[in-house]
Design a protein around this ligand. Structure first.
Ligand code: GFB
Length: 333
């Protein structure tokens, strides 16, 4: 395959302070890319089409990694459905439209494995998209993510834009969100086991039954995959990104216990939702292109725990939530 991404290309990473965006920036810099375009959400509100157009007119990005969005774990998704659907629909639409307007060479859009139906056959293949009802705890987010795929496909069909989409599995790694209410399971468990060890507590609470299974990938593997796709993949078909291996929440909690606090007991809180029963991606198409992840789950968790310890104050600092005025009004029942 030929190298299609020049080292001095103007590359915009939308969402560069998040888990995924920060890893893509590290990966690009480590691979010798010198012309990265970045803007914080304070500098550029990606939900504002006029502001996004203006920024694109000035910066003229040639390649775009669209990895910005409002994200969170199972509880956060269920608590802020309006934010999850509105923010993500708007961010995808404004950036895709601006990329078309300024004739960008290529855009990579990242969705999520929650786009597949709740009762999807396992492993979940790309063609299972829209084959059945979605998991209720994250339906608004999933709808926005599906809209993002369709947006890229529509601009490709109508205008011939080289916009591609990839759907990563559940991710973890440095710069994850470790806030216990809004985080995903792995950063939450890492923080819980760590504080139980520090405070000499014998028990750690695990939400739900522990029986759902998830597939986890270290974010640095994902970033390497995104760069690979930006260089080598030009097809309109969205592509799954995962390891193809899953594990139950109980087993992953035991693994985390082993790494952090081996004498802790697990206590399951059945009042918290389980969410999707199983979620494993079929990665046959991706692997046929010649790409495979490098980090095992244990290695990835040990690496992330070292990062967590080295960056403890930053990792556990309260994260300001972006809540729209509508969320402060009385909620309809
Ligand atoms: O990671 P998580 O929040 O997201 O939860 P989803 C995965 C599973 O871990 C659920 C359980 O069964 C949780 O009940 N779990 C156990 C915990 N203990 C904890 C805990 O302390 N915190 C959390 N957060 N979970 C999200 C979606 O789904 O994943 C999004 O809501 C998105 O749309 C994202 O797709 C990747 O895998 O259930």
């Amino acid at each position: 395959m030929t190298e299609t991404l020049p080292k001095d290309a103007r590359i915009y990473v939308a969402g560069h302070r998040g888990l995924v965006g920060s890893s893509i920036v590290r990966c690009l810099e480590g691979s010798g890319y010198t012309n990265l375009l970045l803007a914080t959400s304070e500098e550029l509100d990606l939900r504002d089409q006029a502001a996004v157009n203006q920024w694109f007119d000035v910066q003229r990005p040639e390649y775009i990694f669209l990895v910005a969005g409002t994200v969170g774990g199972i509880l956060h998704n269920s608590t802020y459905p309006a934010d999850f659907i509105y923010d993500n629909l708007m961010i995808h639409a404004t950036v895709v439209h601006a990329a078309h307007r300024c004739e960008a060479q290529k855009l990579l859009y990242l969705g999520s494995s929650c786009i597949y139906p709740r009762e999807c056959p396992q492993p979940m293949k790309e063609e299972h998209l829209l084959a059945g009802p979605l998991e209720p705890t994250n339906e608004p987010y999933a709808i926005a993510k599906i809209a993002g795929i369709k947006l890229c496909a529509a601009y490709r069909r109508q205008y011939g834009c080289n916009f591609i989409s990839a759907m990563p599995t559940n991710l973890y790694g440095p710069n994850d969100n470790f806030d216990l209410e809004s985080s995903h399971v792995l950063p939450a468990l890492m923080r819980k086991f760590h504080s139980a060890k520090e405070q000499g507590e014998p028990e750690v609470e695990i939400w739900g039954s522990g029986s759902p299974t998830r597939e986890f990938m270290h974010v640095d593997d994902l970033a390497e995959c995104c760069l690979f796709l930006m260089r080598h993949y030009d097809d309109g078909q969205h592509l799954n990104i995962g390891t193809g291996e899953d594990i139950s929440i109980r087993e992953v909690a035991l693994l985390m216990r082993d790494i952090i606090h081996p004498i802790a007991e697990l206590r399951f809180d059945a009042s918290k939702p389980d969410g999707m029963p199983r979620k494993r991606l079929d990665v046959t198409r991706l692997q046929a292109l010649g790409w495979k992840h490098r980090r095992s789950l244990r290695e990835g968790l040990e690496h992330t725990y070292r990062w967590f310890l080295d960056n403890y104050e930053h990792a556990v600092a309260p994260k300001p939530l972006r809540v729209h005025p509508v969320a402060t009004r009385a909620r309809a029942s």
